[in-house]
Structure formats: C-alpha cells, structure tokens
Write a new protein. Structure first.
Length: 129
C-alpha cells in the first residue's frame, strides 16, 4: 500500500514523495525488532526474513498476547511530533507515518483482525502489569 502511495505522490512532489514513502515504510521496522526480542533471535539474516516475521505477527494476533511495536506507540508519536516541532524538515516523514497508521487501521477493520499490539508502553508495563 505504501508503495502505491509513493507512485501517486512522486509525480507531484518528487523527492518529498520519497520521504513520505520512507516514513511510512520504515515505521514497520518495529515488527522486526519486536520479533527479534520476543524470540531472542538476533541473527542478521532474521532481519531479512520478512515472510517469517509476517507469519509470526499474524500468529501473535491470534494468540491475544500483547506485544510492543515501538513505532506504533503513543509515546513514540508524542516524541516524534515534538521533534517535528523543532525540526520541521521532518514533516514529510510524519505525514508518511500518519498515512501508514491510517492504512493499518483500515486493514484491521476490513479484515476484522484487531491487533494485539499494545499502543502504549506505559499501559503495557505500568498499568497492565
């Protein structure tokens, strides 16, 4: 989905379209990090086993176990928005993050796969412990 967005934005915005795309693409890097920490698998090739990680994410949704995907948390968003306030050049990245989250929400509702990701670090470790 993010790739389609890039091809739509690029003719109008050029390089800024690429920055928006990268913001939306790299936000999912937290799924890789979560997989590696949850499974204690820190091998370099694990980072590129995207099919394996995708399957694991689907299985986690079915088990109901709450996991932290750091770039999808409220705390990350608050810090990033503050960062954009001081460095406005990051605004296209924020736009990509927002579009990515909108697409995530649409996907979850269309497929009725309400994720078991914890959207707050504080909630996961302080309130829900």
């Amino acid at each position: 989905m993010t790739s389609i967005l890039f091809f739509v934005l690029y003719p109008f915005y050029g390089f800024l379209g690429l920055i928006v795309y990268l913001g939306g693409f790299f936000v999912d890097g937290d799924h890789v990090l979560t997989y590696m920490f949850e499974n204690k698998d820190f091998r370099l090739r694990t980072m590129f086993s995207l099919k394996k990680i995708y399957r694991w994410c689907k299985e986690e949704d079915l088990t109901g176990k709450y996991v932290i995907c750091i770039f999808h948390t409220a705390e990350f968003w608050i810090l990033f928005i503050i960062l954009v306030f001081f460095y406005p050049v990051l605004m296209p990245v924020l736009f990509g993050l927002i579009l990515h989250m909108i697409m995530d929400i649409i996907y979850m509702f269309r497929h009725k796969s309400y994720s078991h990701r914890s959207y707050s670090i504080i909630y996961k470790y302080v309130i829900n412990s």
